[in-house]
Write a protein that binds this ligand. Structure first.
Ligand SMILES: Cc1cc2nc3c(=O)[nH]c(=O)nc-3n(C[C@H](O)[C@H](O)[C@H](O)COP(=O)(O)OP(=O)(O)OC[C@H]3O[C@@H](n4cnc5c(N)ncnc54)[C@H](O)[C@@H]3O)c2cc1C
Length: 412
């Protein structure tokens, strides 16, 4: 059955979606998503698990066999290569993500993360199905320093880069030197990526550190994205200020003649953002409701697709409507399905119906595949559990699709 007509794409073909899963894989996924449907279980699990792993309790084996197996490529780059090769067999590309974040590890830890990122770039350079790697600035910079810079950047209404330059001048001498090392790491990563023809996606994190991340990423885009898009920033449309931000970035790209790399996401830290705003008594940066997030997300897609000469977009979402909108706009505009400036991506372990059906229809699409030791990917896993358990989350749809495929294969 064809999944695409001249102007329409369907995401309900489970035979295509789950072709890579064995019967046992399907049963395991069904069990996991069923468990994540119990909000109380996820609430307890997400509180206890990080503590239990830190305390060295023997739960790694259980994590490895369940949630880790579903959402993570492996504990090392070598193990993850197997997953990337498997996906490539279905025309699905991979964004490799060394899962370190939010470290207070000190300079050695940040240098170690950078070396890991460089290794991933080197690996990706020889593998056409791995065109991107993903990084978090909190993997190479101290969170408290980012927070301080962000705080200093709020003072004023100047452009992002001017506010950043002013904030830097307000840091003490030691902090300036420390930030200099962060810039060096970032520069080294972007330089190596451009040299090896691999793109670097910079993840978006909490609003209270995001301004310096945006500024640093924009400076790198200005430097490296002259002819090809090697650096992408992430725009979280659950923030009510991000559509104007994206518009200003599109203008800046046109004015300064670089390609804006824009990975569009809704955003993964909603509860944390709302709680902090309430605790510290400032207006929440998050949209008032889901409809507003959805509206801005879809407008952001439209904006990027209307400026493809200066924008390379990654539609990073599990939302069927947004994926369909982007795919159908590409078709309506008469663009090739695999246009070099339009890419789709879903997280490994989620929404296979979207990824594999898009790939089947010839779109450029990837899985975002995190990897790393269990203790390092725990925060990522806890976010996936919360996201899949929340009301209106993905679990219902995932279960429906998994069960449809199990029925088709007559699996009991
Ligand atoms: C490839 C890829 C890369 C990603 N990278 C990042 C990243 O760098 N940074 C990051 O933060 N996230 C990232 N994410 C996660 C992403 O932000 C979302 O958490 C996740 O994808 C769920 O949103 P959705 O668009 O897939 O689906 P949907 O199910 O349609 O949307 C759920 C999302 O809508 C928003 N939302 C839900 N309820 C409300 C409400 N009441 N009011 C306002 N908004 C609401 C929240 O953002 C929630 O996560 C990434 C996702 C993918 C697929």
């Amino acid at each position: 059955m064809s999944v695409v007509s001249k102007s329409h794409i369907a995401f309900d073909n489970t035979e295509i979606a789950f072709a890579y899963k064995s019967d046992d894989d399907l049963k395991a996924a069904n069990f996991l998503f069923s468990s994540m449907g119990f909000e109380w279980l996820v609430k307890i699990g997400t509180r206890i698990t990080p503590w239990a792993v830190r305390s060295g309790l023997p739960i790694k084996g259980m994590i490895r066999k369940t949630i880790f197996r579903q959402f993570v490529g492996g504990e090392s780059l070598d193990a993850t290569k197997v997953v990337a090769n498997m996906l490539a067999g279905y025309n699905v590309q991979s964004i490799l993500d060394y899962g370190v974040e939010g470290g207070e590890d000190g300079e050695d830890g940040f240098d170690h993360s950078m070396q890991e990122f460089l290794k991933v770039i080197d690996y990706a350079s020889g593998v056409p199905s791995v065109p991107f790697i993903s990084i978090k600035v909190t993997g190479i910079a101290r969170f408290a320093l980012l927070e301080k810079l962000d705080d200093l950047m709020h003072a004023g209404t100047d452009t992002l880069v001017n506010r950043y330059q002013k904030a830097l001048s307000l840091l003490g001498q030691n902090e300036q030197a420390e930030w200099g090392r962060v810039v060096e790491r970032m520069q080294m990563l972007c330089e190596r990526a451009a040299e090896k023809q691999v793109a670097v996606l910079v993840d978006a994190e909490e609003t209270w550190i995001q301004d310096p991340v945006d500024a640093l990423t924009c400076i790198m885009m200005d430097k490296y994205n002259r002819h090809t898009c090697f650096v992408y920033n992430t725009v979280q449309l659950y923030r009510h200020d991000r559509l104007p931000f994206l518009r200003s970035m599109v203008e800046a790209a046109k004015l300064r003649n670089f390609i804006l790399g824009a990975k569009l996401v809704r955003g993964a830290y909603m509860e944390k953002e709302r709680h902090r705003a309430e605790d510290k008594n400032y207006p929440s940066p998050i949209q008032p409701d889901k409809e507003s997030t959805d509206r801005d997300y879809d407008e952001a897609i439209q904006l990027c697709l209307d400026h493809l000469e200066s924008v390379a977009v990654i539609v990073a979402t599990h939302n069927e409507h947004s994926n369909r909108l982007a795919a159908e706009l590409v078709m309506k505009k008469g663009l090739p399905h695999n246009h070099p400036h339009v890419h789709f991506s879903q997280l490994y372990g989620m929404s296979d119906n979207i990824t594999f059906n898009l790939a089947h229809a010839g779109f450029s699409v990837s899985k975002y595949v995190p990897f790393g030791p269990i203790e390092d990917v725990v925060p990522y896993l806890m976010r996936r559990a919360q996201e899949n358990s929340s009301v209106g989350g993905q679990t219902g749809r995932e279960l429906l699709l998994l069960r449809k495929e199990m029925k088709r294969r007559s699996i009991k």
